[in-house]
Ligand binder design. Structure first.
Ligand SMILES: NC(=O)c1ccc[n+]([C@@H]2O[C@H](COP(=O)([O-])OP(=O)(O)OC[C@H]3O[C@@H](n4cnc5c(N)ncnc54)[C@H](O)[C@@H]3O)[C@@H](O)[C@H]2O)c1
Length: 314
């Protein structure tokens, strides 16, 4: 139905920001989520936001949802995303990220005008140190990357078989309020909130492209609003700026108003960490007329103000 936008994984970190952006743009949003990590409290309570509790591993529930709401746009964000969780249980990661994506493709085939699948900038070749564009070489080094790359191939095959149009959005490192997985920023912020100003971390040198989750959400929405002449497109969504872990930590310290010291500890170090991962976002800028509006400092200040200050009070 016109104006119905379905966000699969819409109660999670990026999904809940995307739900907000769709809602703010006057869309009827349907959130499909199993709430394994997503939270109801992240979602606006409104007649224009409908929540369907369901699993992407349940093909019938997915098909019923698509048939009932007939969305003109489907965003697929549901996944196991935390790298250690994928490494600890590869079969589960494959089931959710690959089989789950195939279920989404089956449910939308011939029915959904536009499907937007969220992949990752982590599938680009780690040896490339310059900005990564959508044609850069692909080489995955872990289970998470393998599942996302396989899911991308399934999306491409879906388009090749003329089952629908699709867009693959390769996201870089999201930061901001409502993070569900114990990534770097929550790990640092939690230590600061506990009054531990000597922050223990793993490798300090890697540079990453950090982008506010709300900017990612606006980027995904911008894609949904762009008339594309091709049946399949790939877009990077990042900030186009990179920071070392050390720089990130010192910005966290500034956000919390405390001088901090950093210690790199053996137990937290990864054996191999790609040295950097920077997005070239010129395609998103030129085709979707989108660019990020918030820098890393703003994202970290928001996390501190909206989540950590509350935590300290409790
Ligand atoms: N956060 C990042 O930095 C980042 C970077 C690159 C790509 N991505 C991709 O973006 C997407 C969203 O990431 P996120 O950080 O918001 O993760 P998230 O874990 O917060 O969100 C995933 C959501 O999907 C739901 N979900 C998980 N398994 C499900 C299932 N079987 N059925 C139905 N719902 C299920 C969870 O409850 C959660 O609400 C993921 O596909 C992720 O791989 C994220």
């Amino acid at each position: 139905m016109k104006n119905n936008y379905l966000v699969i994984g819409g109660a999670g970190f990026i999904g809940s920001h995307l739900t907000d952006v769709c809602y703010a743009n006057g869309k009827n949003v349907i959130v499909y989520d199993n709430f394994s990590l997503g939270k109801m409290e992240y979602l606006k309570q409104s007649p224009n936001v409908t929540v369907v509790k369901g699993d992407i591993l349940d093909p019938k529930a997915l098909a019923d949802c698509i048939d009932k709401y007939q969305p003109e746009v489907v965003f697929h964000l549901a996944a196991i995303h935390f790298i250690p969780a994928c490494e600890n249980d590869p079969a589960n990661a494959l089931r959710i990220n690959v089989e789950g994506t195939q279920n989404v493709l089956n449910a939308t085939a011939g029915k959904t005008p536009k499907l937007i699948f969220t992949s990752t900038g982590a599938i680009y070749d780690p040896e490339i140190t310059s900005a990564l564009n959508e044609n850069s070489n692909i080489r995955t080094g872990d289970i998470y990357g393998i599942t996302k790359l396989t899911a991308e191939e399934l999306v491409k095959y879906h388009v090749k078989k003329e089952r629908g149009h699709a867009i693959i959005a390769r996201l870089f490192n999201a930061v901001g309020p409502r993070e569900t997985n114990p990534h770097l920023v929550p790990a640092i912020m939690d230590q600061l909130a506990e009054g531990n100003w000597n922050v223990e971390l793993g490798n300090l040198y890697p540079k990453r492209d950090y982008i506010h989750a709300r900017d990612i959400a606006e980027g995904l929405f911008a894609i949904s609003q762009t008339e594309l002449s091709t049946e399949l497109e790939i877009f990077n969504i990042g900030s186009g700026t990179e920071y070392t872990v050390e720089e990130l930590v010192s910005l966290c310290g500034e956000a919390s108003g405390s001088p901090i010291t950093i210690e790199s500890v053996e137990s937290r170090r990864r054996k191999y960490d790609r040295p950097n991962q920077l997005a070239d976002i010129s395609k998103m800028k030129s085709i979707c007329n989108w660019s990020p509006q918030r820098n890393l400092r703003i994202a970290l200040e928001e996390v501190w103000q909206t989540e950590m200050v509350e935590k300290i009070k409790r």
